[in-house]
Design a binder for this molecule. Structure first.
Ligand SMILES: [Zn+2]
Length: 470
């Protein structure tokens, strides 16, 4: 569609959606992030495609089990620093209706989008539909992990649906895949679209064996065992098949010389066809090295210069709820969301990176509501054995706080370092904070609904803002 033409159907659905969002906020029913999308969808099913084609630099889509929120925020920050106006489903709804709502929010009542480029974070299951509607120029596939909810082969269903939609892409599309994930390589081996491979070459951060939580490492093509020349995180690494001889393809963007500075930041070198680039990343952990590498590759492919990419990544602050630093009284609290075994293991690696042991008081808050996963047996797939050493005391709370305390006991944490607290999060928080020495650092590791509840309780005390106000 031409920017100057007027499409009455589009304009009506945009205005109706905007009215719905305002009404929801006025009656205080929360952020109003998804319902406007539902309304707009109903009135004009072609809305997303129409708005997407107005974007001068097109749209890009980010998908993967872990890190998609952080990565898409890094990308949005870089594109913004490049003086592009970014349309982004930033407040967190990554289903089709959430993306529609975000696009509508940045569209005039006449149906003209106020942006040059779209950054779309896609839920794994919604990715094929979003690709169909948005026709993105660049697609980033970050990783595919089995999470705690996957007891019925959902991962396989998702992989098959991704493979199908990737086959439909034209040659002009660029697909950037994390080549350290063999599944993503297999899905994208025979596509018409241009494929760009990214991954780590980082001898200093190898794991000795597959962690508890990692997927069984068998070749997606022939079923034989995979071997690793280097294994970095869960099942991600420089893999090869012992049966059919598949192996990690050559990397177009490789991260090396990765230095993790505890819970503060990360330094690394990214090498592409133009040379080597020093990059500092403002967030900690090896998983954020993957996220930053992916964001840099996307931006570079879209034509952004490295002297814009590097400083933006250095200034990056983590997304709502993933890792967040909070000053409370005179204490420094780091809150890190834990939602599946792989993410939890990375957080534990981060907490113990400096000394190999847990140094600071840490509260783990585990709920088992629908959004957390009803079944907490996934806690047995987390390497809590990492916490057995050190002086840091461990506090447990949430609906399943008692299960958590029990798990720590089995992991070999001495009982005098384990403190089960009340399951009431706000009361547990007060008891925990009272035990943290003045001026000290502390960690809180909540499951998803526990994080929302804690944040709400902190917001009521005026400590952090509700997320849609940011
Ligand atoms: Zn094989």
């Amino acid at each position: 569609m031409n920017k100057s033409s007027f499409d009455p159907r589009l304009a009506i659905s945009v205005m109706s959606a905007r009215f719905t969002g305002t009404a929801i906020r006025l009656v205080g029913k929360g952020g109003g992030t998804a319902a406007p999308g539902l309304v707009a969808e109903r009135l004009d099913p072609g809305l997303l495609t129409k708005l997407g084609t107005q974007l001068e630099h097109g749209a890009l889509v980010v998908a993967g089990t872990n890190g998609k929120t952080t990565t898409s925020r890094m990308i949005a920050d870089i594109l913004q620093a490049n003086s592009w106006k970014v349309v982004h489903n930033r407040s967190g709804s990554n289903l089709v209706r959430g993306v529609v709502a975000a696009f509508v929010d940045q569209t005039s009542n006449g149906g003209h989008i106020r942006g040059d480029v779209g950054v779309v974070e896609a839920d794994e299951a919604a990715l094929p539909e979003l690709i169909k509607r948005i026709q993105p120029r660049v697609i980033l596939l970050n990783n595919l992990f089995r999470d705690q909810l996957d007891r019925y082969g959902e991962l396989d269903t998702i992989a098959k649906s991704w493979a199908k939609v990737l086959q439909t892409l034209p040659a002009e599309t660029t697909v950037i895949v994390n080549a350290d994930d063999q599944t993503l390589v297999a899905l994208s081996d025979d596509i018409r679209a241009r494929r760009i491979c990214i991954g780590l070459n980082s001898a200093e951060h190898q794991l000795e064996s597959l962690p508890h939580a990692a997927d069984a490492a068998v070749c997606r093509v022939c079923g034989a065992d995979l071997g690793y020349r280097a294994l970095y995180l869960s099942h991600l690494g420089e893999w090869y098949c012992t049966g059919c001889g598949r192996e990690r393809p050559p990397l177009d963007f490789a991260a090396s010389d990765i230095h993790l500075h505890g819970d503060q930041h990360t330094d690394m070198t990214i090498t592409d066809t133009t040379g080597s680039h020093q990059v500092q990343v403002g967030v900690p952990g090896l998983y954020n090295a993957y996220n930053a590498l992916a964001a840099a590759a996307v931006a570079s492919v879209m034509g952004v210069a490295w002297d814009v990419i590097s400083p933006t990544l250095a200034a990056f602050q983590s997304a709502f709820g993933r890792i967040e630093r909070i000053a409370y009284q005179d204490k420094q609290i780091t809150m890190a969301l834990v939602k599946n075994p792989t993410g939890f293991n990375e957080v534990l690696r981060m907490l113990t990176a400096e000394t190999g042991a847990l140094a600071h008081p840490t509260m783990i808050c585990i709920n088992d509501l629908d959004a957390d996963g009803r079944d907490v047996s996934w806690l047995w797939d987390v390497d809590f054995e990492l916490l057995a050493q050190g002086d840091g005391h461990l506090y447990t709370t949430g609906i399943r706080g008692a299960d958590m305390a029990n798990r720590l006991k089995y992991a070999g944490v001495p009982v005098e370092r384990i403190h089960p607290l009340t399951s009431e999060l706000a009361d547990a928080f007060d008891a925990f904070i009272a035990d943290v020495p003045a001026g000290a650092s502390a960690y809180i590791l909540p499951s998803y609904t526990a994080m929302l509840k804690l944040r709400k309780s902190l917001a009521d005390r005026g400590v952090v803002q509700e997320f849609w106000e940011q």
